[in-house]
Design a protein around this ligand. Structure first.
Ligand code: PEP
Length: 252
């Protein structure tokens, strides 16, 4: 039985005061019952202070990206080992904003994924199509290319130690959510693509949905058989909104 994971991607938002209020609000309101695991991914400069505020709570810490290199002359980069030392257990790789705005190719993302595994972090691999891709009937081909780059480098065994997030680019920050059925179709496809390598790993891997998830649409999404939680952007910046999504996870 796969657990539900609700992960907040804060992107480049927050400051010390706002983060303190957000984290304290989340920690105080973690739904009882333990059906869902909660994770927050603040910007790099705040990882330490958020880690301190989370200590003793069940809410986990992650980062939003990582260097593909282990160490050395890579000005401005942050290694997976550094993230581990700061208390991160997860790191997002291949978010569509990184792919579109910072030129990350599927090969780069695969290297970041592998670097995360090498440091015992759990990579959250984001995959997803643009609206043009969807309208041209290329959704599965795009997802396959993104997934295969990682499968080629880290194998199915790498996927066993990871989480996947299906994030249709057209649904991110737009208020347009994929319907539960649209999302389920792609999640099923992702699982079957992995099953071609290893059926057991495919059955066990968590696949999150991301793209304008809110308290009022989370339950329908999380109730689908291949959707195991959400990667949340905008709604992760407000404790009540984030907790409403976590609460939905306890009802499915
Ligand atoms: C995201 O950026 O990963 C995301 C899902 O954002 P939002 O929830 O705001 O659509």
């Amino acid at each position: 039985m796969r657990r539900i994971l609700v992960a907040g991607n804060w992107k480049m938002n927050g400051d010390e005061a706002a983060n303190a209020a957000l984290v304290d609000g989340i920690v105080a309101g973690v739904p009882e019952g333990g059906q869902a695991d909660l994770l927050v991914c603040p910007p790099f400069p705040y990882l330490s202070s958020v880690a301190v505020r989370l200590s003793g709570s069940a809410v986990m810490l992650g980062a939003q990206t990582v260097s593909e290199h282990p160490k050395g002359a890579f000005t401005g980069e942050v290694s997976a080992a550094m993230l581990g030392e700061l208390g991160c257990r997860y790191v997002i790789v291949g978010h569509s904003e990184r792919r579109a705005l910072f030129g990350e190719t599927s090969a780069t993302v695969a290297s970041k994924f592998s670097a995360a595994l090498d440091a015992d972090l759990t990579p959250i691999l984001c995959v997803g199509e643009t609206l043009d891709d969807r309208e041209a009937g290329r959704t599965e081909a795009v997802i396959d290319e993104q997934l295969d780059a990682v499968l080629g480098q880290s194998g199915a065994d790498g996927i066993r130690r990871a989480v996947i997030a299906y994030e249709p680019v057209w649904a991110i920050g737009t208020g347009k959510t994929a319907t539960p059925e649209q999302a389920q179709d792609v999640h099923r496809h992702i699982r079957s693509r992995i099953a071609a390598h290893d059926a057991g790993i495919a059955a066990g891997v968590q696949i999150l949905y991301g793209g304008s998830v809110k308290g009022d649409n989370a339950e329908g999404l999380f109730g689908m058989p291949d959707i195991d939680g959400g990667l949340i952007g905008g709604a992760s910046l407000n404790a009540d909104d984030f907790l409403a999504i976590a609460g939905a996870a306890t009802r499915v």
